[in-house]
Design a protein around this ligand. Structure first.
Ligand code: C2O
Ligand code: CU
Ligand code: CU
Length: 437
């Protein structure tokens, strides 16, 4: 779905729907009957008007992950509560200076986020712009990969979260790209493929690698990097996006995009269900990409953007991520010792200031830390300065480590949130309210 004459307008209906999943019928949660949800595309300056109907059996809402848009009213307001059977029109403008990039949308009603994402509710929201106009990027064949995992029973019904490993966050054994298990893609004649990848899984980490071949990362969550970086693997944590260019060899052949094992920690000693048992020992094939020898390949661009470093911060804050027992709810996930409370303002910042947030993970599991609405740059990891300049909205804070990020608060005031993007952790309390004044 693309915007026309400066307007992207469509109906979106959330409903349970039968979908073909790994060769069988499964009853998933969908936007407009599709898993992944319809891809939306707009340009900086466009107006967006989405007529939303909730035909789920639960309340829900929509969050526009990564977009720099208002957090109040009927825009990216995660405090809206849309009951079953209710409708709401989301309306906002993409700022004229918004970066081009790969963003996405998904439900964000606290307490139900993991469950609804795990049902399938997630789709891409593409903002077209400068990056798309770079000749080499424009000439490449563009494909999108939405990575999702599912767990359904023999009747194709979603398996209840109670059966899943809640501490680690739920993971399913059906791993899909664009709703399919190991789909095929082909490289075009010029043998340059631009893959735009989203991790829409509630908890699963994807450690991506192309068998026997390197590739070039050209964009992160917040859009283009300054220049392509050649890599052999790429860790995509829940919520994150990356764009890569894959260049075909002279000889015809096949590349397999693998998900390599990754250990994101665990509780140890507390019973099988709580251990990091979902880490697989075997690589999984996500996608197979085939190509033929077609002569000269297109080249990789040299310059993509000119990101500049942010000015020194006016304020520095610390956040500690951990979990603990809470008498009221049992196991809870905590930020600075507190589980999420809808009525408490945890962090108040001033518009048009820059802040450094130093986030320390003192727990036993890795946590992907996500801030709504304003993108940030990573400044250091464990005191070591970060050399790569990039805009992100989600960053991995590994167990036992400290990550410092720098956030400019621009354009929009109001209340929003930051949280762990292992969505069971978020639902179990690892979220804070952020007020931009
Ligand atoms: Cu992708 Cu607060 O979420
Ligand atoms: Cu978000
Ligand atoms: Cu977490």
């Amino acid at each position: 779905y693309q915007s026309r004459d400066g307007l992207l307008e469509l109906d979106i209906i959330a409903k349970e729907n039968p979908v073909n999943l790994a060769g069988r019928q499964a009853y998933l949660l969908t936007y407009n009957g599709q898993v992944p949800a319809p891809r939306l595309e707009a340009q900086p300056g466009d107006k967006v008007r989405l007529h939303f109907t909730n035909n789920l059996s639960q309340p829900t809402n929509i969050h526009y992950h990564g977009l720099h848009i208002p957090v109040t009213g009927n825009a990216d307001n995660v405090f809206l509560h849309i009951k079953p059977g209710e409708k709401l029109t989301y309306e906002f403008q993409i700022p004229p200076n918004h970066p081009a990039g790969t963003f996405w949308y998904h439900p964000h009603l606290h307490g139900l986020v993991a469950e609804q994402l795990f049902g399938g509710l997630a789709g891409l929201f593409i903002v077209r712009g400068q990056l798309d106009e770079i000749p080499e990027v424009k000439a490449a064949k563009e494909e999108f990969l939405v990575l999702q995992d599912f767990a359904v029973d023999n009747n194709g019904r979603l398996i209840n979260s109670a059966h899943m490993s809640l501490m680690m966050g739920r993971e399913g054994d059906i791993i899909t790209a664009n709703g399919q298990v190991n789909p095929s893609l082909s490289l075009p004649e010029q043998r340059l493929l631009r893959l735009r990848i989203l991790n829409a899984s509630p908890s699963r980490f994807y450690r991506l690698s192309l068998e026997n071949h390197s590739f070039y990362q050209i964009a992160t969550d917040g859009g283009a990097l300054n220049e392509p970086i050649e890599v052999n693997e790429l860790l995509l944590i829940p919520g994150q996006r990356a764009e890569v260019l894959i260049k075909g060899d002279r000889q015809p052949g096949q590349y397999r995009l693998l998900n390599l094992p990754y250990d994101r920690g665990g509780m140890g000693m507390m019973g099988g269900g709580m251990m990091g048992r979902n880490n697989r020992d075997e690589p999984i094939v996500l996608v197979t990409i085939s190509y033929e020898d077609q002569g000269q390949s297109l080249s990789i661009p040299t310059q993509l953007a000119s990101i500049s470093a942010l000015p020194e911060p006016q304020t520095v804050r610390s956040f500690e991520l951990n979990h603990g027992m809470n008498p009221a709810v049992g196991m809870a996930f905590l930020i600075n010792g507190e589980a999420y409370n809808h009525d408490r303002l945890d962090t108040q910042v001033q518009l048009d200031t820059v802040e450094d947030w130093e986030i320390t993970n003192t727990g036993m599991m890795d946590h992907p830390f996500h801030v709504h609405n304003n993108a940030f740059q990573v400044i250091s990891r464990n005191g070591q300065p970060e050399s790569l300049l990039a805009w992100r909205d989600t960053v991995l804070v590994p167990r036992g480590e400290t990550v410092r990020i720098r956030i400019p608060f621009r354009d929009f005031t109001g209340k929003t949130v930051y949280h762990c993007h292992v969505l069971d952790h978020e639902d179990l309390g690892m979220m804070g309210n952020l007020m931009i004044n």
